[in-house]
Ligand binder design. Sequence first.
Ligand code: DP6
Length: 345
Amino acid sequence: TVYTASCTAPVNIATLKYWGKRDKSLNLPTNSSISVTLSQKDLRTLTTASTSSEFTEDKLWLNGKLESLESPRTKACLQDLRKLRAQVESSNAELPKLSTYKLHIVSENNFPTAAGLASSAAGFAALVSSIAKLYKLPEDMSELSKIARKGSGSACRSLFGGFVAWEMGELTNGEDSKAVEVAPLSHWPTLKAAILVVSDDKKDTPSTSGMQLTVGTSDLFQHRIKEVVPARFEEMKKSIIAKDFEKFGELTMKDSNSFHAVCLDSYPPIFYLNDTSKKIIKLIHKLNELEGKIIAAYTFDAGPNAVIYYDEVNESKVLGLLHNYFSKLGGWESKDLTKLTKVEI
Ligand code: DP6
């Protein structure tokens, strides 16, 4: 018999950034973070996990390519899931001993991996949920988020839809470092997002090594994790619960800037934003200034691509402006700015 289960997991975009680890092998962060999960209609990973007593080794295919399963991160996830399955099996002798069988995992993204759009988050979240389903483990997303976290920190937030917080926790074993729901997707249906793909090149400095460099060399970073983020974490949760776009937008932009500032303060410095990214930042501030209030907010991860948040009532204003500006520069659909994609939350 071959046992099979499939799951999809969405991409999440942090509005309060995770940057820095206090434990590298367990992916324990130096600060709590918050994200918005995007709709699976647009960007998601689909993973099918199968297991059988006849399989001779664990195998993983990513977008049709056989990948090495030597990565300690993937191994840590598989090991935890097998342990949980073994517990279930020990309390019910009739269950097949799936925890002792090898796994075949087939994973596919419906978006380019190189686009700098957090593919590892959706990837590890889909890996963990599909195997949890295969093993018929209890559907406790916060529990599973701790396993996904070991694959990639940001992956723990992709186990939930809507608005999600990753609580950094204090324990050295990571048992309290998990994702929790701040509000479900249905809470703020008028909030929309658009992705501006500035470049689909592979990113400059991978996030794992980038954050290690920042932790080890940036003085500003200490101020960020001790003073700035703890206060911002509470404020941002409040702004989401109150659906206060002005506050949410302001905090989101400030945190993106703070994250890129600690990157610049690393030694040698890390640059993720390029000239087009900076044009987008200026344009959004100009728009908000002309409106007399914040109607659009940008955020940038470890790359030059922007995610813009806005309320649906302002969609034509926000997207229209970006479209006009970049097409006038001759950058639209050119190498300066490849595309603007509206994505659902
Ligand atoms: C800038 O989750 O990719 O996107 O834990 O080393 O796999 P690892 O890092 P990763 O880092 C994401 C960094 C970020 C901010 C965020 O998503 O919070």
